[in-house]
Design a protein around this ligand. Structure first.
Ligand code: NAD
Length: 428
């Protein structure tokens, strides 16, 4: 038997694995907790399938441009691959691999019957006309059409992709199949088999796990001080729900600036302002605050819901809060995580906290298969139940094993994935 390290694939640079390297370090952290299942650990360190495609399109000026596209299926032991498609000029294979693996972990952590997958195109969508964007989307969908499908791998929106792009993807796949297949993507418009409640689902999930964390630590939501970074789909909705439950949104930050109001910012009015102007700047109902002061505002709950790598070793020491609920993907660096842990701040990790989106995507897919659509109330009730169950399972492991909620979430998820792997056995 060879004992050489197996998890550095030949197609990445061994000395700069990028986001995939971060993911591998996270997996190594949970290895000691997996018991006999650790014999399957290498499964988690290798994507099942990677497809790299050329996406040529004719630009409006008559020239031909080529873009590089990816679809990575990290693991399908528990069900079809599931994960979004990202359009960004800096997308890399390493990034898509890591995102696909984090989808495996997230889907297993909330126990929806999916594996993990992710896709991306190295393209700046803002530089394309609508027609060019549609052609890129359709050609990419045709190219990855050999591995996606309602029972195999189900894409969804991610950074810079939206309902319209999902509609084009669904149509392209359906045309190639000769029949309408609404279940091939989620995050579709309601008129094409989309689900009620999907748009608010991630923010609602953040709110639900935030309330669970508060309840278990004896913090009352009534009067709790909340700060939110990112006032978009996730942060804006979470802020509104916390406020409706009696909390005060004392600080908000987005790419246009930071606001503070000790008595609580009116989240509903701020959402309307952002919808009109594109950012929180210029909102009359709060004081302007310097951006770097945002992190030191004294709060009970802090919701990073903007970008990755926002809480680092530079600002983690300044943070004065009790609970951090990660709405964004990857907002906290590993070094910051350790600082927050030492300060006794409870961090609810992204793989649980922002899983409301994929949970309602799962509901959308189920509704598409049965062609029977649920009411928004039914969706919200089921979402709350899934989020609470996920939180409880992770909380229990965190208490029993005396590990952070992040490590506990990875333990719960990796065990579920590897248990499925073990029970299926190796084929052939
Ligand atoms: P969005 O585009 O609706 O909002 C992003 C927000 O971040 C905006 O308010 C923007 O102003 C703010 N922002 C951007 N740059 C910033 C900066 N430098 N400093 C402070 N704020 C900045 O996006 P979203 O859908 O709300 O996603 C936010 C995060 O949540 C992302 O990490 C995303 O991957 C993650 N997420 C989203 C979903 C979903 O269903 N939308 C699901 C899971 C995870």
């Amino acid at each position: 038997m060879s004992s050489q390290p197996q998890s550095v694939p030949s197609y990445l640079h061994a000395d700069d694995l990028g986001p995939w390297g971060n993911y591998l370090r996270q997996v190594d952290r949970v290895a000691p907790y997996l018991g006999s299942l650790s014999r399957w650990l290498e499964t988690l360190k290798r994507p099942k399938r990677i497809l790299i495609v050329d996406v040529p399109i004719e630009l409006d000026n008559g020239t031909v441009a080529h873009f590089e596209g990816y679809r990575v299926q990290h693991n399908v032991s528990r069900g079809p691959g599931k994960g979004g498609v990202r359009y960004h000029q800096d997308v890399t294979l390493s990034e898509v691999m890591a995102l696909s693996a984090w989808m495996s972990v997230k889907n297993a952590a909330v126990n929806v019957p999916y594996g993990g997958a992710k896709g991306g195109i190295r393209v700046d969508p803002r530089a394309l006309s609508r027609g060019e964007l549609e052609r890129v989307t359709r050609r990419y969908t045709s190219e990855i059409g050999i591995i996606i499908g309602p029972n195999t791998d189900i894409p969804a929106p991610d950074v810079n992709t939206n309902e319209q792009i999902m509609a084009w993807m669904m149509d392209t796949y359906s045309m190639n199949q000769g029949q309408t297949a609404t279940g091939v993507v989620t995050g579709k418009p309601i008129t094409l088999g989309g689900s009620l409640g999907r748009r608010e689902a991630t923010g609602r999930g953040v709110f639900v796990v935030g309330c669970e964390a508060a309840r278990r630590t004896g913090l009352s939501i009534e009067g709790a001080r909340v700060a939110v970074q990112g006032f978009g789909n996730v942060g804006g909705i979470a802020a509104r729900l916390f406020q409706e439950a009696g909390a005060k949104v004392v600080a908000v930050q987005d790419h246009t600036g930071s606001l503070y109001k000790s008595g609580g910012i009116n989240a509903g009015a701020l959402l309307e302002h952002v919808a009109k102007t594109g950012g929180v700047a210029g909102f009359a109902g709060a004081e302007v605050m310097a951006n770097d002061e945002f992190w030191s505002v004294e709060t009970d709950i802090l919701v990073p819901a903007a970008l990755e790598n926002q809480i680092t070793e530079k600002n983690a020491g300044k943070i004065r809060t009790k609970i951090i609920v990660e709405g964004a993907n990857g907002p906290t660096t590993t070094a910051a995580d350790d600082i927050l842990h030492d300060k006794g701040i409870l961090v609810i990790p992204d793989v649980v906290a922002n899983a409301g989106g994929v949970t309602v995507s799962y509901f959308e897919w189920v509704q598409d298969f049965s062609s029977f659509f649920w009411t928004e109330n039914e969706i919200n009730e089921r979402l709350e139940r899934v989020m609470r169950e996920a939180f409880t399972a992770v909380w229990q492991v965190s208490s029993e094993q005396k590990v952070s909620m992040r490590t506990a979430a990875f333990i719960v998820a990796c065990k579920r994935i590897l248990m499925a792997r073990e029970m299926r056995g190796l084929y052939p």
